[in-house]
Design a protein around this ligand. Structure first.
Ligand SMILES: [Zn+2]
Length: 70
């Protein structure tokens, strides 16, 4: 059986609708099959990725000032 390393050397191609092998340029990556630009994740995975990041972040990023009156 073929071993599929999902996020290893593949990115998501919207045109193909699946994770594909890709060619890298300086700024972007392109599908090896159809030549369209690929992304690191699919839309769904991307959303999930952001969800995870947001959950990991501490809430209320504003530093609280505890100013003691002298
Ligand atoms: Zn493609």
């Amino acid at each position: 059986m073929d071993q599929v390393d999902f996020y290893g050397d593949r990115k998501y191609c919207h045109h193909c609708g699946e994770y594909v092998h890709y060619l890298m340029s300086l700024e972007h990556s392109y599908c090896a099959g159809c030549g369209n630009r690929v992304r690191l994740f699919s839309e769904a995975d991307w959303a999930q990725f952001h969800e995870q990041i947001r959950e990991q972040r501490p809430k209320g990023g504003r530093p609280r000032k505890n100013r003691e009156s002298a």
